[in-house]
Design a protein around this ligand. Structure first.
Ligand SMILES: [Cu+2]
Length: 691
C-alpha cells in the first residue's frame, strides 16, 4: 500500500499536469465560473485525496501549495452563498491569532475547538462551486489545527451538495493513531527510520485476565469505529437547519443506532459466555477500568482509568450531582408525558414523534427544545467518563477515548453508558400501550415460511490497512510500505428465503423487517418475548413488491440496508481518482459513498464454535402505508435502516424498531398475526477459518 519514489514522482507529475490542464490560473483569474471543467467527480476525489494526504505535514502537492500561498478566501466573495460572511469570521480569528495551533490534539467535545472546526465547515458549506470549496480547504489546511481541519473537511463533504459522489477515505488510514495501538505505531516509526517495509499485527487491548477482552474485537473493530464516527458526522449534535436542510428523525435515529450498538454488544457477550452489559450509574462505582494503549499523534497517551472508581466531579465540565438532576428531569418528562420548552409551553411526547424529541434532549442536539433545562446528558457523560483519569486536571492529560466518536466504543464504559441511556428510552417506549392484533395485521398478506439458503457461519478474517500517514516524512527518508494487520469478525454470505402469500388480489408493496433475537440468556434461561424483543438486532429492512399468490422472496445478506461494504483503501481511492483524471474517464464509487452503517462483515454475531440458536424474526407490513409521502425509489441507497437517506426524509413511516419497540405483555397477540413469523436458526463460529 505504500508508494515508491518513482510512482510518487509520477503521481506528483500527473497531479501537476492534471492541475495545469483542468484548473484556471487562480492567481490572475478569480472568475471561479471557469471551474466547471474541473468539477468532475474524479477531480474532486483527487483533490480530497491530496488534501488528506499526510495531514500533519505541509502539503506536498504543488497545486495545493500554490493555493495555500496565494488564495485569498475573501478575494471574491461572490463564490459564497453568504457573500463571504462565514469566511470573514474565520479570517478574523486567523488574523487575530486565536485559532488552535497545529500539532495539538483536537476533540469535538472541546467547545472552542468545535467552534473553530465549525467555522471552517461553515465556509466550505457556503461555497457555490468546487473551486471555492477546494481552495478554502487547501488554504486553511495549512493554517488550522489538523484535527479541526479533517473534521471540517469530512462534515463539509458529507453535507455540502458539492461533496456528492466523493468517497471519504477511511479515517483509520488518515489519522491512524486514533485506531491503532501505540506498540504498532512505534513499529511503524522504526520501519520508516530503518527503511524496512513491514506489516504489524494489532492485538486487541488487554489480556485474558480481563473478561472484557473477550469482546474487545467488537468495540475495537475499525469498521465499527468508522460506523460510529460517521453516524455522528451524518447526524451531528451541533447541526442547525440553517446549514441547509433538516436531519429527519435525528433524535429517534440517535436512540435506534445506539440501542442497536448496545444490543449487538450484548449478542457478542452472549457469544462469549458473558452477562449482558450492566448500566452505568452516577452513584455507583465504575467497575470496568480501561487502558487504551493508544497515543495521540500530538498530545501524549490516551488516559487510563483504573477499575472500581467512584464518579468524580470534573472541573469545568459538570458535578456528578448535575448529571443526576439532568437525569431526573428527563425521567420526569417521560412520566409526565411531556417536555417543557424554553418558553414554558409543553410538548406532548406520548405520541409517535415523542421519541425523536426525547433523543434530541438526551443527546442533546441543537434540536433540543430546552437544552437549558434538560442539559446534555449524553454529551456531558462522554466527557465525564473521558476525564475520570484526571478529573481535576492535575496531570494535564489529554481527552480520554470517550471524548472522540472514533475511539469511544473501545472503552467498555461506552456500552455501560449507552445501556443506561437505552433504559431511559425504554421507560418512554414502555409508556405506550402495546400493539393490538389489528395494529399489527396486514390483511391479505401472510408469511408462510422463513428459511436460510446457505449456512450461518462466522469467522475472523485478516485485514491490512496502511500506516503511512502515521509516520512523518523527511526530505531524505523515503516512504516504505507500512501496514497494520487486524483480525475482524466476518461471516459467510447467505440468503433469506421468505415465502409470502398475497391474497389482496393485486401486487402490493411490502416492507420486510428482519431481526435476530436471542432465545436464552447467558444462564440458559428462556427469555419471554417481552424480554427478548428489546435485545433483538436489526438484520435488514427493505421494501419489495409482492405479486398476487404465493411467492418466495430471495434477499441476500449483502444487500442489507443495515450494513455497508468494506471501504476502498486510501491507496486505492488515490489510484482510481488518478487513473480517471489522467485517462479522462468517469469515476463511479457510488457503492462506497456512505460509510455510515454496520460493516457488512459484522451483520451476524460471532456465536460459539458449537453453534447457538437464535430466533429469526420476520414482520411483513404494508409498504404503501409505510412509504406514503416518499418517492417511489424503494432502495434508498441501501443504507437507510440506521443511517437514513442523505438529505431526505427517512423512508419508513413506522417507528424505528417496529413492531418490537413496544412492550409485549401477551405473546399470543404476535402469534396470532399471519404476517409475522419467527423461526429458529443456528449460527456457528469457525475459529480456525481465516479468510
Ligand atoms: Cu454515539
Amino acid at each position: 500500500m505504500g508508494t515508491s519514489t518513482n510512482s510518487m514522482k509520477v503521481l506528483v507529475l500527473c497531479a501537476l499536469v492534471a492541475a495545469a490542464a483542468a484548473w484556471p490560473s487562480f492567481v490572475d483569474d478569480l472568475s471561479f465560473q471557469s471551474d466547471v471543467v474541473a468539477s468532475s467527480t474524479a477531480h474532486k476525489q483527487q483533490d480530497i485525496n491530496h488534501l488528506l494526504d499526510k495531514i500533519y505535514e505541509d502539503t506536498k502537492y504543488p497545486d495545493l501549495q500554490e493555493i495555500a500561498k496565494n488564495f485569498n478566501p475573501l478575494g471574491d466573495t461572490s463564490m459564497y452563498n453568504d457573500q463571504g460572511a462565514a469566511a470573514e469570521v474565520l479570517m478574523k480569528e486567523l488574523n487575530d491569532h486565536r485559532l488552535l495551533e497545529q500539532h495539538h490534539w483536537y476533540s469535538l467535545f472541546n467547545a472552542r475547538q468545535r467552534e473553530e472546526a465549525l467555522m471552517l465547515f461553515a465556509v466550505l458549506n457556503q461555497c457555490k462551486v468546487w473551486y471555492c470549496f477546494r481552495n478554502n480547504a487547501a488554504y486553511f489546511r495549512e493554517q488550522m489545527n489538523e484535527g479541526e481541519f479533517v473534521y471540517a473537511l469530512y462534515v463539509g463533504v458529507i453535507h455540502s451538495k458539492l461533496g456528492d459522489g466523493i468517497v471519504l477515505p477511511p479515517l483509520y488510514e488518515i489519522t491512524p493513531h486514533m485506531f491503532t495501538n501505540s506498540e504498532v505505531i512505534d513499529k511503524a516509526y522504526s520501519a520508516k527510520m530503518t527503511q524496512k517495509a513491514g506489516t504489524f499485527n494489532v492485538s486487541f487491548t488487554g489480556t485474558k485476565k480481563n473478561k472484557e477482552q473477550r469482546v474487545a474485537y467488537f468495540g475495537e473493530d475499525i469498521g465499527m469505529n468508522i460506523h460510529h464516527v460517521t453516524w455522528h458526522m451524518d447526524f451531528p449534535f451541533w447541526w442547525q437547519d440553517s446549514y441547509g436542510y433538516h436531519l429527519d428523525r435525528k433524535g429517534e435515529l440517535f436512540f435506534w443506532v445506539h440501542h442497536q450498538l448496545t444490543a449487538r454488544f450484548d449478542f457478542e457477550r452472549l457469544s462469549n459466555w458473558l452477562d449482558p452489559v450492566d448500566e452505568l450509574h452516577w452513584d455507583r462505582i465504575i467497575r470496568e477500568g480501561f487502558a487504551p494503549l493508544t497515543s495521540y499523534k500530538y498530545g501524549g497517551e490516551f488516559p487510563v482509568r483504573p477499575d472500581n472508581i467512584h464518579f468524580e466531579d470534573v472541573d469545568g465540565v459538570a458535578h456528578v450531582h448535575d448529571m443526576e438532576i439532568t437525569e431526573n428531569r428527563i425521567y420526569e418528562a417521560i412520566d409526565h408525558g411531556y417536555i417543557t420548552a424554553t418558553d414554558g409551553h409543553t410538548i406532548d411526547i406520548r405520541q409517535p414523534k415523542g421519541i425523536e424529541l426525547l433523543g434530541d434532549i438526551i443527546e442533546s442536539s441543537m434540536y433540543s427544545p430546552n437544552a437549558q433545562y434538560y442539559g446534555s446528558l449524553h454529551n456531558t457523560a462522554h466527557v465525564m467518563l473521558g476525564r475520570q483519569g484526571d478529573p481535576h486536571g492535575k496531570f494535564n492529560l489529554p481527552p480520554g477515548v470517550m471524548e472522540h466518536f472514533e475511539t469511544a466504543t473501545r472503552d467498555p464504559s461506552f456500552f455501560r453508558l449507552h445501556k443506561y441511556m437505552d433504559n431511559i428510552f425504554k421507560k418512554h417506549t414502555d409508556s405506550f400501550s402495546p400493539y393490538t392484533h389489528d395494529d399489527l395485521e396486514f390483511a391479505g398478506m401472510a408469511v408462510d415460511g422463513v428459511a436460510i439458503d446457505g449456512e450461518l457461519i462466522t469467522f475472523f478474517d485478516e485485514f491490512q490497512y496502511s500506516l503511512i500517514n502515521a509516520v512523518d516524512s523527511g526530505e531524505s527518508i523515503e516512504d516504505v510500505e507500512i501496514n497494520a494487520r487486524v483480525h475482524r469478525l466476518n461471516h459467510k454470505e447467505f440468503t433469506y428465503k421468505i415465502t409470502v402469500s398475497n391474497s389482496i388480489g393485486s401486487d402490493h408493496l411490502a416492507t420486510f423487517r428482519i431481526f435476530l433475537c436471542p432465545i436464552e440468556d447467558n444462564n440458559g434461561i428462556t427469555l419471554t418475548l417481552d424480554k427478548e424483543r428489546w435485545l433483538c438486532i436489526e438484520l435488514d429492512k427493505f421494501f419489495q413488491k409482492v405479486p398476487s399468490g404465493t411467492h418466495t422472496i430471495h434477499r441476500s445478506s449483502k444487500d442489507s440496508s443495515v450494513t455497508v461494504p468494506d471501504m476502498p483503501s486510501f491507496h486505492s481511492l488515490k489510484e482510481q481518482a488518478d487513473d480517471a483524471v489522467n485517462g479522462g474517464h468517469d469515476l463511479d464509487l457510488s457503492a462506497y459513498e456512505r460509510s455510515c452503517g454496520i460493516p457488512d462483515r459484522m451483520l451476524l454475531p460471532k456465536s460459539k464454535p458449537e453453534g447457538m440458536e437464535f430466533n429469526l424474526f420476520v414482520a411483513v407490513t404494508d409498504g404503501d402505508k409505510d412509504t406514503e409521502g416518499h418517492n417511489g425509489d424503494h432502495d434508498h441507497g441501501g443504507t437507510h435502516a440506521q443511517c437514513g437517506v442523505h438529505g431526505e426524509a427517512y423512508p419508513d413511516n413506522r417507528p424505528l424498531g417496529y413492531p418490537l419497540e413496544r412492550r409485549i405483555p401477551d405473546e399470543r397477540v404476535f402469534d396470532g398475526v399471519p404476517n409475522i413469523k419467527h423461526v429458529v436458526v443456528k449460527i456457528v463460529h469457525h475459529p480456525e477459518h481465516h479468510d
